[in-house]
Design a protein around this ligand. Structure first.
Ligand code: BGP
Length: 509
C-alpha cells in the first residue's frame, strides 16, 4: 500500500446528546445527559456522595468548576432536579441551564448540517441514536414512532449525498429512568432493555445502515460510571458489574446482528490513551503494561476475542471483587466478537511505578502524568501525533482486524471575526500531523485502517466541560456557553483544508 485505500471513509463524528438539542420534543424521554448542568461531567462527579474530597477538588480544578468543600449539591442525586416520585420521573429545575437541551439544535437543522458535511466531501458520518427518542423511559412495550422517523430522515439525507452512516448505539445518554430504577447497567435487567432497543433500530434501519458501534468508549466507565453506564456511584464493585453487563449486552447484539443481518459490520469502541513508561526502568515498563491492560485493552480484548482475560480476573480477585457471572455467559461473550475495532484517540499517557508525587495534566480518561516531551491544548490535553501511529500498530498487532478512528481532534477557543471568518491554523496543523501519522501506519507499517472521523466536525457541547466554548469543529456554530447566539453555521479555515484532504484522498496534507 502506497496511499490511503481508495474507499477510505473520510468523515466526521458527533453524538446525539451533544448536538441534537430538542431534548423533550416528539416524545423523547430524559436521558442522563439531559440532567447535567454546565460544568457537566466534572460537576456531577464532584457531587457524588462517595467521592473523596481531595478527588472532588482535583476534578473541579481540572475542569475549571467551582467546588465548595462539603457541597451538598444533590447529595441524594447529583443532578439539579426535583424528583416527583408520584410521577415516576424527575422534573428539572427552571433556573438551571442544561447545555444539552438546546445544544446546537441539530435536530431541526440536520439538513443544513449534512449539506455542509457533503460540501466538505464526507464519505461517512459517525453519529449516534438517542436511545430516549426510541424508548423514552427505556422499558416501553412499543417504540416511539416519531423518534424512529427522525433517524429515518437523517439516514435518508446522508444517503442522498452518498454519505455512509456509522452509528453508535449508545453514546453517553441512556434513559435516566433506567438509572433511577436500576442504577443503570449495574443491574443485569438493563441488558434486556438495551437489546430490545437495539433490535428495534436494527430492524428499522437494516437497509440504511451497515456500520454499528455498540457503545461509545466502553472503557470510560473507569472514570465515570454515570455517563458511561448510568451508575450513580463510585463503588468499584458496581462499576465493574456494570461494565461486565455492557460487555454481555454488546456481545448479545453483535451475535444477533451476525445471525440476522450478515451485511452489518459490528464494531466495539474505546477511548484509547496508551501508556508510555515514564523511564526505561523495568518497573515503569511493567506499570505501563498494567495500566494499558486495566484501562484500555480489557474491554476490546473481550469484545474482539470473546473471553475475559486472565489479567483482569486476577486483578479483580485480588481486590475482592466478584463479577456477577452466570452460567452461559462465557458462550454469550465468545459468540459476539466484533468485526472491527473503533477507538477515539486524543492523547497518549505515561505510567510510572511510583506516581504519587508526579506532575499531572488533564485528559479525556481522567488525569494523566505530564509528559514533558509533548505540547498541550488549551485544556491541558497533550498532543501526540506519533502516538496515533503507535496506537494503530498496537491494536492491529493485537487483533489483526480492521481499525476505525472514530474520534480525534483539537478542542480550542475559536474566535468568530466580524466578517464571519474563523482562522484556526492550530487545528489544521493538528490534523495534518495526525493524518500523516495514519498514513505512515498504513504505508510504512501495513496497518489496516478504513476510516477517520474527527470529533465534533461541527461545534457541539463538550462532554467534560458542558460548554461549547471548547470547540472542535470545521464548522463554527454561533452560540455561547449560556446558550445565546444565532446558531448560524460558519465555515472555519479548517473546513477548506479538510475538504482538500478528502478530495485528494489524503495526498495533499
Ligand atoms: C470523548 C467522547 C466525546 C467527546 C470527546 C471530547 O471522550 O466520546 O463525546 O466529547 O471525548 O471530549 P470533550 O468534549 O470533553 O472535550
Amino acid at each position: 500500500m502506497t496511499k490511503f485505500p481508495k474507499d477510505f471513509l473520510w468523515g466526521g463524528a458527533t453524538a446525539a446528546n451533544q448536538c441534537e438539542g430538542a431534548w423533550n420534543e416528539d416524545g423523547k424521554g430524559i436521558s442522563i445527559a439531559d440532567v447535567l448542568t454546565c460544568g457537566g461531567l466534572a460537576k456531577h462527579t464532584a457531587a457524588l456522595p462517595d467521592v473523596p474530597e481531595a478527588m472532588k477538588k482535583h476534578i473541579a480544578k481540572m475542569r475549571g468548576v467551582t467546588y465548595r468543600s462539603g457541597d451538598q449539591e444533590g447529595a441524594a442525586m447529583a443532578f439539579k432536579m426535583n424528583t416527583y416520585p408520584e410521577k415516576g420521573i424527575p422534573a428539572l429545575l427552571d433556573d438551571e441551564y442544561y447545555p444539552n437541551h438546546q445544544a446546537i439544535d441539530h435536530y431541526h437543522r440536520y439538513k443544513e448540517d449534512l449539506a455542509l458535511f457533503a460540501k466538505m466531501g464526507f464519505k461517512c458520518y459517525r453519529m449516534s441514536i438517542a436511545w430516549t427518542r426510541i424508548y423514552p423511559q427505556g422499558e416501553e412495550t412499543e417504540p416511539n414512532e416519531a423518534g424512529l422517523r427522525f433517524y429515518d430522515n437523517v439516514f435518508d439525507e446522508c444517503l442522498k449525498y452518498g454519505i455512509e452512516p456509522i452509528v453508535t448505539l449508545s453514546h453517553y445518554e441512556m434513559p435516566l429512568a433506567l438509572t433511577l430504577k436500576y442504577n443503570g447497567f449495574a443491574d443485569r435487567r438493563v441488558i434486556d432493555c438495551y437489546v430490545r432497543y437495539v433490535k428495534t433500530v436494527f430492524e428499522r434501519y437494516q437497509h440504511k445502515v451497515k456500520y454499528w458501534l455498540t457503545f461509545n468508549e466502553l472503557n470510560s466507565v473507569v472514570h465515570s460510571g454515570f455517563i458511561n453506564a448510568g451508575v450513580f456511584s463510585k463503588d468499584r464493585r458496581l462499576i465493574e458489574a456494570a461494565s461486565y453487563h455492557q460487555l454481555l449486552a454488546s456481545a448479545q447484539v453483535v451475535r444477533f446482528a451476525h445471525d440476522h443481518y450478515p451485511q452489518f459490520q459490528m464494531g466495539c469502541m474505546i477511548g484509547v490513551s496508551p501508556a508510555y513508561p515514564y523511564s526505561c526502568k523495568p518497573e515503569d515498563n511493567l506499570a505501563a503494561l498494567k495500566q494499558n491492560q486495566q484501562r484500555d485493552t480489557y474491554y476490546p480484548d473481550v469484545q474482539m476475542r470473546g473471553f475475559l482475560p486472565e489479567y483482569k480476573l486476577i486483578q479483580l480477585q485480588q481486590e475482592g471483587i466478584r463479577l456477577p457471572i452466570l452460567p452461559g455467559d462465557a458462550e454469550i461473550l465468545s459468540g459476539g466478537c466484533c468485526d472491527f475495532m473503533a477507538f477515539s484517540y486524543y492523547q497518549t499517557s505515561v505510567a510510572a511505578a511510583q506516581d504519587e508525587a508526579m506532575q499531572r495534566t488533564a485528559g479525556n480518561m481522567g488525569s494523566f502524568i505530564f509528559n514533558p516531551h509533548l505540547k498541550k491544548s488549551e485544556w491541558g490535553w497533550q498532543i501526540d501525533p506519533i502516538g496515533l501511529r503507535y496506537t494503530l500498530n498496537l491494536f492491529y498487532d493485537r487483533y489483526h482486524k480492521p481499525l476505525f478512528i472514530a474520534e480525534n481532534g483539537l478542542g480550542a477557543a475559536d474566535v468568530l471575526n466580524a466578517d464571519h471568518t474563523i482562522h484556526d491554523p492550530y487545528r489544521i496543523d493538528y490534523l495534518r500531523q495526525h493524518i500523516q501519522a495514519i498514513k505512515d501506519a498504513i504505508i510504512l507499517d501495513g496497518v489496516k485502517v478504513f476510516g477517520y472521523t474527527p470529533w465534533g466536525c461541527i461545534d457541539l457541547i463538550s462532554c467534560s466541560t458542558g460548554q461549547i466554548s471548547k470547540r472542535y469543529g470545521f464548522i463554527y456554530v454561533d452560540v455561547d456557553d449560556a446558550g445565546h447566539g444565532t446558531l448560524n453555521r460558519y465555515e472555519k479555515d479548517s473546513f477548506a483544508y479538510y475538504k482538500r484532504v478528502i478530495e485528494s484522498n489524503g495526498e495533499e496534507l
